[in-house]
Design a protein around this ligand. Structure first.
Ligand code: GLU
Length: 370
């Protein structure tokens, strides 16, 4: 090649680069803008982590043993691939406890943070990560105090992150699917685990260790979710009304005890609850909210003293009906309808905290949704 030919080839090469560089820059610039625009359009999900098995880690000293509440919400979300395509996620740690230690302080902190995020339009949906033991109680509490129609999803797992076939990542992914979907609005607080979406009022834990543990005995799931099929909401009962109560000042709800009924039942657990300052007693009755003659007498005496008495049942499905074997009108008792004892306790606490103690008014609140 002559010297001129080499020089001309070099010029051509340089010209090509001079054209190519702006093109490459434009491609990067427009790609960046595109990605940024896409991220800006994604729903904003606030994750509030409380602990539980979903944040648990195996104990290396014992097979099958683990400690709940070890991993932060931030780490949890980062461990699930693909969440960044579903939503813009911001995680905050509210507590790091097993849900057997769930308490009013954490409940109030959760309720206030969720309400604030919705009122200030910081989030389009909220996810609460939680242990499964008392998940249904927190779901029901939040359902009764958080105002607005943005979705609140509560999620947990039965196996820790370090287990073979951990269920946490899949449950978290599905929780984000539900919380980020506009069709989830106006459905109250929902629990999402093992491909099912269940309402706060009905959902309950039914198996101590299986991943197929949450069920809604009286009405079934409100919907189903999976990564392939997406979300399928079932038809909701028309006329279902959700009431929200004012969160009381401070960080504590009034003392309400659950008394579990059984054969050979006497009045001791009821008298005990009263002597420890219970403002209300929820009976986990046998059958249709029944209990023995001596326990009933003790409950009647309690109601006469102004203690709220609510008859619920230890049976997993069905309703507790007024004035069947027990004269509720005469005794001043309330029946819990479909609410299991642990949820009847939450509603009783909220009502007493709001100054509602007359049995007729209490009964109205328990039946208000029908
Ligand atoms: N007891 C633990 C809790 O409720 C473990 C149950 C679970 O998260 O699955 O946090």
């Amino acid at each position: 090649m002559t010297r001129d030919a080499v020089t001309s080839a070099r010029h051509q090469h340089r010209r090509r680069w001079m054209l190519a560089i702006p093109l490459v820059c434009f491609a990067f610039w427009s790609g960046g803008i595109g990605a940024a625009a896409q991220a800006a359009e994604l729903p904003r999900i606030l994750v509030l982590a409380t602990g539980g098995t979903i944040a648990g880690q195996a104990d290396p000293r014992a097979t099958g043993a683990y400690k709940s509440g070890q991993i932060t919400g931030e780490q949890l979300m980062q461990s699930v691939p693909g969440l960044d395509k579903l939503a813009k996620i911001n995680a905050e740690q509210i507590s790091s406890i097993g849900s057997q230690d769930m308490n009013d302080k954490v409940w109030f902190a959760l309720a206030r943070r969720i309400q604030d995020a919705f009122d200030k339009n910081e989030a389009d949906g909220v996810i609460v990560t939680h242990g499964t033991d008392t998940l249904e109680e927190t779901a029901f509490f939040l359902d009764n105090v958080v105002r607005g129609d943005k979705p609140v999803v509560i999620v947990g797992s039965m196996r820790p992150a370090t287990a073979v076939s951990a269920d946490g990542p899949g449950n978290l992914y599905e929780a984000v699917q539900v919380a980020a979907d506009p069709r989830s609005r106006g459905r109250g607080v929902m629990a999402v685990l093992n491909d099912k979406i269940q309402g706060a009022r009905s959902v309950t834990k039914t198996n101590t260790t299986s991943i197929e543990t949450f069920s809604s005995a009286n009405d079934g799931p409100v919907g189903y979710v999976d990564t392939a099929g997406g979300i399928r909401f079932m038809a909701q009962a028309p006329g279902f009304r959700r009431t929200t109560y004012q969160l009381p000042a401070g960080e504590q709800l009034p003392r309400v005890e659950i008394v579990y009924s059984h054969a050979n039942m006497d009045a001791v657990p009821i008298e005990d609850a009263i002597s420890h300052g219970a403002k209300g007693i929820v009976l986990a009755g046998v059958g249709d909210g029944n209990t023995s003659k001596s326990a009933l007498d003790a409950l009647e005496a309690a109601a006469k003293k102004g203690i709220v008495v609510v008859r619920s049942t230890r049976v997993r499905s069905g309703f507790v009906t007024r004035n069947v074997e027990v004269d509720d009108d005469k005794n001043g008792f309330v029946v819990s309808e479909d609410l299991n004892p642990q949820k009847a306790r939450v509603l009783t606490q909220l009502l007493i905290a709001g100054g509602v103690t007359a049995s007729a008014e209490l009964q109205k609140a328990f039946t208000a949704t029908w």
